[in-house]
Design a protein around this ligand. Structure first.
Ligand SMILES: Cc1cc2nc3c(=O)[nH]c(=O)nc-3n(C[C@H](O)[C@H](O)[C@H](O)COP(=O)(O)OP(=O)(O)OC[C@H]3O[C@@H](n4cnc5c(N)ncnc54)[C@H](O)[C@@H]3O)c2cc1C
Length: 279
């Protein structure tokens, strides 16, 4: 049960959503955007947040696109992980969506909610970081598209009232050799110790990671070492693991030391597969 009353808004347009946010904010209602609600409702029930209003983005047509044109693939922020998985438009994104939560929750969790949620993993960001994605936002500057990497620094950097409309991926990402592996402590469905996504572009491996540190990331330094064919696979693995942007994350699922151990094994498997043309 949610132990307080709140206003529920379901705007039909981008403009209405942004205006509602501004108006409810001015009324002191501390509004939040709402998509699948899996996190918002959980946090409200736990008493961690108490918004006076929620603005549901699911009925806005631009937030629901799921299409491929000649150059790009478009994924509306209000599309569920299951919609994206079943579309099979980008195989690497399909794999990442398919390993977040269980099928029932995948039918509810949205792309925008996963990218903007407070849970640190945000695994849908991994293919976006690798494939030079663009993200379309709506806010004080109206509708505008920017490179995903320019507004994602472990978490989305949005201005007050701004929200994600859709994500665009270039057509090449759908054809690129790719790999995804998610290692968990015990169960297949769990938060990751290590979630590693890789994409091959122009013969070079691109790699992004979630679970290893307190935020997901892609690192140019790590990719340089992994692609240095003058080094043995073992040296590359050791070199990459030494270049984490912060000490490895530690929690009840696994210590930082254990995560680094799992990361090294995962990188070893990746590089062996890459050198044997299995990617
Ligand atoms: C059983 C379970 C297992 C999970 N396992 C994983 C996992 O392994 N890996 C992983 O990465 N995640 C995992 N999650 C986290 C899950 O992905 C988040 O709960 C989810 O990201 C929330 O999505 P939602 O659509 O329900 O968002 P909501 O609860 O609707 O919103 C979450 C946040 O995002 C904001 N928001 C939503 N849409 C937008 C938008 N378009 N623009 C701007 N802000 C927006 C909201 O204001 C809110 O702050 C799991 C969740 C569950 C329930």
């Amino acid at each position: 049960m949610i132990p307080f009353n709140f206003v529920y808004c379901r705007p039909a347009t981008l403009e209405q959503a942004y205006e509602a946010f501004g108006q409810l904010q001015a009324e002191g209602k501390n509004p939040v955007y709402y998509a699948g609600g899996s996190e918002v409702i959980t946090l409200c029930r736990a008493g961690s947040i108490a918004p006076g209003a929620v603005i549901d983005l699911k009925e806005i047509p631009e937030c629901r696109v799921l299409s491929a044109d000649r150059e790009d693939l478009h994924f509306g922020a209000a599309r569920t992980l299951n919609d994206i998985k079943e579309s099979r438009l980008v195989p690497l994104l399909t794999l990442c969506c398919g390993r977040i939560a269980d099928h029932t929750n995948q039918c509810r969790i949205t792309l925008g909610g996963n990218l903007c949620g407070t849970i640190l993993y945000r695994e849908t960001c991994l293919p976006l970081l690798l494939a030079d994605a663009t993200v379309t936002l709506f806010g004080g500057r109206g509708l505008h598209a920017v490179p995903f990497q320019s507004v994602f620094d472990g978490r989305m950097q949005l201005e007050a009232g701004e929200f994600i409309v859709e994500v665009g991926l270039p057509g090449w990402a759908a054809q690129a050799p790719h790999w995804h592996i998610k290692r968990t402590t015990n169960e297949k469905i769990d938060y990751p110790l290590v979630s590693l996504a890789a994409l091959c572009k122009d013969g070079r491996l691109r790699v992004a990671l979630s679970g290893v540190c307190s935020y997901p990331f892609r690192s140019a330094e790590i990719e340089d070492v992994l692609n240095d064919s003058s080094l043995s696979i073992e040296r590359r693995v050791e070199g990459a693991a030494a270049l984490l942007p912060e000490p490895a994350y530690s929690d009840v699922r696994g210590s930082g030391q254990y995560r680094v151990f799992v990361l090294k094994n995962t990188l070893q498997t990746l590089l062996e597969a890459f050198s044997n043309d299995q990617i």
